[in-house]
Design a protein around this ligand. Sequence first.
Ligand SMILES: C[S@@+](CC[C@H](N)C(=O)[O-])C[C@H]1O[C@@H](n2cnc3c(N)ncnc32)[C@H](O)[C@@H]1O
Length: 250
Amino acid sequence: MPQPSYTVFSEIYDMVMRDVDYVRWAQYVLKLAAKYRFSTERILNLACGSGALELQLAPRGCRLTGLDSSEAMLEKARAKMAEHGLTVDFHLGDMRKFKLNGTFPLVLCLYDSINYLLSEEDVARCFTAVAQHLSPGGGFIFDITTEYNIMANFSNFTFAENFERFAYIWENSYNLGSKICTSDVTVFLPDESGRYFTRTTERHRQKIYPQRTIQNLLRETGFSLEAAYDGMTLEAPGRQTERIHFVCRR
Ligand SMILES: C[S@@+](CC[C@H](N)C(=O)[O-])C[C@H]1O[C@@H](n2cnc3c(N)ncnc32)[C@H](O)[C@@H]1O
């Protein structure tokens, strides 16, 4: 029976994602914030994961609040901030129904995290909760992964790596009918003796939404769309766009 997502995977997440360029991602977000005149003084980062973006943004003078539904990922994020002497306010919570004190001029939700919401109702719930936490005129920047990306890079693809300390196998399948990509991640970690490995599988499910659906949901939840961009560019999304960044205003 697979475990829920981001339990054991949290142990290896940073290594598996070691090639993700969070420096560039942080710069891109700051560039969008400047372009659309959103203050970056206080930022709420939904689905913050292990704090990789916080590590880039906190030293630049942004006051960050991170929220994630995985305690294991938050533990990694807290440890990372402590190691770098940074202060970030982390909360365990569900991005579909969270309640934090105060409002923020900017809310982020990056790296395909919205795709973890498996129905339009859940996406709308998340957008509504975001709207309730935004200052008037505040910005919401998030991304989604596209069907093109899933078909080109994930559907029926298996990734595996064998490190000295651990190994993993990441098996992906995509259902064109339900638009759900299921990823079973099997992680082999050393047990306490260090002589044996324990094997744990966790299941991730992500849903693909057309750009139009997301834009309709934004409108229905009171956002105005400023722009939708292909990846980390300022170009409009095209047929081979792997990730779309949305910039919205409340
Ligand atoms: C692909 S990771 C991205 C993490 C981080 N944004 C990054 O860029 O590394 C997806 C994250 O979404 C979180 N997540 C999934 N569903 C969530 C929900 N309903 N509420 C809050 N966090 C959620 C997971 O726990 C995980 O940390």
